[in-house]
Design a protein around this ligand. Structure first.
Ligand SMILES: NC(=O)c1ccc[n+]([C@@H]2O[C@H](COP(=O)([O-])OP(=O)(O)OC[C@H]3O[C@@H](n4cnc5c(N)ncnc54)[C@H](O)[C@@H]3O)[C@@H](O)[C@H]2O)c1
Ligand SMILES: [Zn+2]
Ligand SMILES: [Zn+2]
Length: 409
C-alpha cells in the first residue's frame, strides 16, 4: 500500500510499504478515507522535534472504514465508519479513566514514563506507524476508534481527529469563563479551532495574533480582533486594546517553529534577541536540512511564549498547546513567575473531547468545515507538504485523500 514515509529530516516520500496486520486481539485495521497534514508533522521534517526513526509512516489524523477487528474488540465491527483520535490510549489505566488519555500508562511500548503515544511520531512516542497511509493498525480499538454518525461527513470528521479537539483542549486548559478576554497566538489550523472553542466557551473578546494575512482574515471572519506582528508590536497593541491591563487568558497555538517579526515596530527588539534565539534553535534542532524555501525551522522558538507572558494580565492563565520538544529549555520562567501566572499545557487528550465535538457538529451547533481549505490526493503529498510548510496563501488546513479520490478545492 502507499504511505507517506519519513526518511530523514528534510526527506519524506510516498512509498510502497507492507499493509498493517492485526498484532494484538485488541487491534483493528482501518482503511483510511481521509488523512491530513498537521503543524506537528512539519516540526519533524524541519528537525525541530527530533527523534523520528527512518521508515516511520507519518500522520496522526485519520477517518476511515474498519476493515478487520481482533477477537478482543467487542464494540466496533467491520464496516463501521470511524474517526481515529491522534493520541493512543488503553482506556483502563487510572490516567485514561480520569481523562488524561495523552498520559496513558500502557499505550506507549516504551513504558509508563515515556510520554504520549501517538501515530506517526518519534521513537519515544511509541514508533507507531501513522495515518497518512491507505490503511492503519489501531491499538486498543475499543477506545481509539470513535464511530461517526452519517450526518458528519469526512471533511468535517478529519478535523475531529486532532485539531478541533486540540483547540478545544487549549480553551479548556485556559479555563475560559464567560466574558474573559482571550488572546490566541498562532492562527494556523489549531489556532483557528482555539478561537472557535473560546467562542463556544463564551469568551467576551478574542484577540488573534499572527503575521499571515490569510490566516488573520480567517480569524477575523470568526469574530476575532486581529493583530499582525509584522505591522504592530503585538504586546503593546494587546495592552492598548485592553485598557493597559492585558488579557485574562492566552492560548499558545504556535509551537517550537515560532517566528519573530521582520518588519514593524517589534522587529528591532527581536533583532536584539537574535543571538539568544539562534542558540535556542541550534540546541533544539541540531540537525536541519532546508531545501530552497522548505523545511526551515522557525527562527525564534520562545518568541510566542515571551509575548504571551507579557500580554497576560497579572494572575492570568497561559494555555500551551503549541508543541515544544523535550530538549527545549527556553521557557521564560522568571517573567511568568513574577506575574503569578497559571500555566497549563500538554498534548491533547483527544479521546476525552471527540464524542462531545461530534455531537456539536451533528446537531448543527458548530460547523468546522471552513478551516479545511485544501483536499489533495495522498500521491502528491510531497508537494502538499511543501505548500503547507511555506504557509502558501490560502493553504490553512490540508486534507490528504489516501485512496486518491479526485482532489477538489
Ligand atoms: N498539543 C497538541 O496535542 C497538539 C495537537 C496538534 C497540533 N499541535 C501543535 O499546534 C501548533 C500549531 O499547529 P498548526 O497545525 O496550526 O501549525 P501551523 O504551523 O500551520 O501554525 C502555526 C501558526 O503560528 C504562526 N506564528 C509563527 N510564529 C508566531 C508568533 N511568534 N506569534 C504568533 N503567531 C506565530 C504562523 O504564522 C502559523 O500561522 C504546532 O506546534 C503543532 O505541533 C499541538
Ligand atoms: Zn497534530
Ligand atoms: Zn491508559
Amino acid at each position: 500500500m502507499k504511505a507517506v514515509v519519513f526518511h530523514g529530516v528534510g526527506d519524506i516520500r510516498v512509498d510502497d510499504v507492507p499493509e498493517p496486520k492485526i498484532e494484538q486481539a485488541t487491534d483493528a485495521i482501518v482503511r483510511l478515507t481521509a488523512s491530513a497534514i498537521c503543524g506537528t508533522d512539519l516540526h519533524f521534517v524541519r528537525g525541530t522535534f527530533p527523534g523520528m526513526k527512518e521508515g516511520t509512516v507519518l500522520g496522526h489524523e485519520g477517518v476511515g472504514i474498519v476493515e478487520q477487528v481482533g477477537d478482543g474488540v467487542r464494540n466496533i465491527a467491520v464496516g463501521d465508519r470511524v474517526v481515529i483520535p491522534s493520541t493512543i490510549a488503553c482506556g483502563y489505566c487510572s490516567y485514561c479513566r480520569d481523562g488524561y488519555y495523552a498520559q496513558c500508562d500502557n499505550a506507549n511500548p516504551n513504558g509508563a514514563g515515556a510520554g504520549t503515544a501517538f501515530y506517526g511520531g518519534p521513537a519515544l512516542s511509541g514508533g507507531f506507524n501513522g495515518l497518512q497511509a491507505e490503511k492503519a493498525r489501531v491499538p486498543f480499538a475499543n477506545v481509539n476508534l470513535v464511530k461517526l454518525p452519517d450526518e458528519v461527513i469526512d471533511d468535517q470528521a478529519i478535523l475531529l481527529s486532532d485539531i478541533f479537539p486540540t483547540g478545544y483542549f487549549g480553551a479548556d486548559l485556559a479555563d475560559i469563563k464567560p466574558g474573559h478576554t482571550v488572546a490566541v497566538f498562532g492562527c494556523g489550523p489549531v489556532g483557528q479551532f482555539a478561537i472557535a472553542s473560546a467562542k463556544l466557551m463564551d469568551a467576551g473578546r478574542i484577540l488573534a495574533v499572527d503575521n499571515r494575512p490569510d490566516r488573520l482574515e480567517m480569524a477575523r471572519r470568526q469574530g476575532a480582533e486581529i493583530i499582525n506582528f509584522d505591522e504592530e508590536d503585538p504586546v503593546q497593541t494587546i495592552k492598548d486594546l485592553t485598557g493597559g491591563i492585558g488579557v485574562d487568558r492566552v492560548i499558545d497555538a504556535v509551537g517550537v517553529d515560532s517566528e519573530c517579526p521582520h518588519h514593524g515596530p517589534a522587529a528591532a527588539e527581536a533583532q536584539q534577541k537574535q543571538e539568544a534565539f539562534r542558540q535556542e534553535v541550534s540546541q533544539i534542532a541540531p540537525e536541519q536540512h532546508p531545501q530552497g524555501d522548505n523545511w526551515h525551522p522557525g527562527q525564534a522558538p520562545s518568541q510566542a511564549q515571551q509575548w504571551a507572558i507579557q500580554a497576560l494580565a497579572k494572575a492570568g492563565t497561559l494555555s500551551i498547546i503549541g508543541v515544544y520538544p523535550p530538549n527545549d529549555t527556553s521557557f521564560p520562567i522568571g517573567m511568568a513567575m513574577n506575574k503569578n501566572l497559571t500555566i497549563k499545557m500538554g498534548n491533547c487528550n483527544h479521546r476525552k473531547y471527540i464524542p462531545h465535538l461530534i455531537e456539536l457538529i451533528r446537531n448543527g451547533s458548530f460547523d468546522p468545515i471552513s478551516v479545511l481549505t485544501q483536499r489533495e490526493p495522498m500521491q502528491s503529498a510531497l508537494d502538499t507538504y511543501k505548500a503547507f510548510d511555506t504557509r502558501q496563501p490560502g493553504w490553512i488546513k490540508v486534507e490528504l485523500l489516501p485512496q486518491g479520490q479526485g482532489a477538489r478545492h
